[in-house]
Design a protein around this ligand. Sequence first.
Ligand SMILES: [Zn+2]
Length: 101
Amino acid sequence: MNCRRCGRELATWDADDPAAYRRYNARGLDQRCYGQAAYDGTLIDYPRATWPVELLLEELAVLTGSRGMTLREAAAELGLKKDSVVCAIRRHRKRQEKVSA
Ligand SMILES: [Zn+2]
């Protein structure tokens, strides 16, 4: 995987080559680029790569509810695939069932 800002490979730690290490931070950015994007206000240009499920459900409710989108359209609006959204919802429900059981 490469950083979405500088395009450099997000390398894992290698003791033989410490200079190549670019730690992944969030939003597909390495730590340095994330810091720079946060500083210059361009973080918004790099959509979230992961969504807390509660937030996802909230957004989906708005998009499919008042805005009348299909689940596929809503997922696309958030930059996600419908299948990943369905999986996330299923995982969330399973976790909730475990809690209440
Ligand atoms: Zn970068």
